[in-house]
Design a protein around this ligand. Sequence first.
Ligand code: CAO
Length: 551
Amino acid sequence: MSEQEIKVPDLGGADEVEVIEVLVSKGDSVEEEDPILTVESDKASVELPSPGAGKITKITVKVGDKVKEGDVVGMMEASGDAGGSDDSGDDEPEQKADEKAEEKQEEKPAETKPAAKKSSGGSRKETVTVPALDGFDNVPIIEINVAEGDTIEADDPLVTVESDKATMEIPSPYAGKVGKILVSEGDKLSEGDKLLEMTVQEDGGEQDEASEEGEKPEPKSEDKPKSEDKPKQEAPEPQGSTYEPPAPGTKVHAGPAVRKLARELGADLARIKGSGPKSRIIKDDVHAYVKSQLKQAQQGGGVATGSGIPGVKLPDFSQFGEVKREAMSRMMFATANNMQRSWLNVPHVTQFEDADITDMEDFRKAQKAAGEKKGVKMTPLPFLLKACATALAELPQFNVSLDMERKEVVRKQFIHIGIAVDTPNGLMVPVIRDVDKKGLWELAAESAELAQKARDKQLKPAEMQGACFTITSLGGIGGTAFTPIVNTPEVAILGVSKAAMKPVWDGKDFQPRLMLPLSLSYDHRAVNGADAARFTSVLSQLLGDIRSLLL
Ligand code: CAO
């Protein structure tokens, strides 16, 4: 085993760069080309690769240090594996490092800034082109950091390109308004390619003066975005649930090693708050994020207390084809959390039953003319509401909520029933109050009105609260049975599928009868199986002979 120095390779023209992340520690084993440090010039960051495989014996720089080509940043012991990397040529590491440095100069789009035209007030149109990329050619765009219409400052990153080892942002040479974007993600860029059009303000602002010199001054403190005056390399940002992830499409600043780590851990970089310079995401941020997610899951973060269930690790879907991400609506997010909370907390059982609604349907259809006069359509739903209200009164163990903390059963002395309504914005459950006290026409009118309000996003919060039980009817759509999820803290939900004619044995013959499939899911902590069978059988009797609804 021999010790060798780890040196800063050719930086492709950048004099001095700042260490923004130390990616290895003493004792770490690294493979050749594994990133050792991330350094950043005023415009780009690059990872310095390990010159060979081996063990790190010393790292002599820390975050914030400035380094230049040839500086020794650490020492390593080359791995002594026979026939291993040593064999492949001792001189290779040096050579590789050089190659890499060349490859990667990612870092300095310094001369990137076309000389700005002198301002004289008003505005002018400019087409921004790709500056010299210091040896890079044909580098794919991984992010477009601006959108048409954005107002940006000079030096704001326009696009991020990434080679196999480095990431570089191409900054805006001007302050102004982004016009047409002429590139797409995945496009490969070389010097001179057109990026986008801009309307540039000619107000003699600072940015013009700076750009006139063709190059920005060293990244001193005023170079930092106004919003962050904090010193570089603070502790990573807390990655708690209070952090609002940026909107989809928002730029993510992270180096290749960080991206790799995030991929390995299944962490979505778009959800991670960067604590590095210019909000760059560093490895510590990824670790902190993953840790906070685990902690949240273990503590029940909005899901199931104490469940400790492992999260679902998402692959990088883009490896399989083009994907688009969009933010969940608040409603979708809330529904997803409610469903998961219920699914994880409630031991579900589903009881199935078919109700013979042949006579009920004859009666219902006979109400068509009356309905037209009243301006109300009589569907099967009001009959279901009425039957459920009667069953809840007969079997009050369904009209409860469990207070597990206080070890109490909350028995409701009212019968309010929620109806699941399918809307373009997702599932909503308005609540009909005192169903037991209302007639079929009133229920028909009220359910139609609430369903319409739900579809028009007009429901008030109070109209979605206080249900004792829920009916979810897919009968107008189709299906023979399903297993609905109890809408906690209720303890049961009735799923209704599409009625169908079936042969029913009457003791002598098969008779064609219209059978309505019922699926009653219940919380087995509150309700036992026998009661569930009683409940569906009561429903079936009531719907089979609707005269009994009057009793
Ligand atoms: N079997 C056969 N036909 C049925 C039926 C059933 N079980 N239930 C309703 N129908 C018929 C109706 O009679 C009507 O037919 P006609 O126009 O010929 O009279 C047609 O289906 C449409 O009814 P509807 O859906 O407009 O009215 P509804 O009162 O039955 O239902 C509502 C209202 C709000 C429950 C319903 O529109 C809806 O949104 N259902 C979806 C609920 C949902 O998404 N649940 C899933 C939750 S879990 O993800």
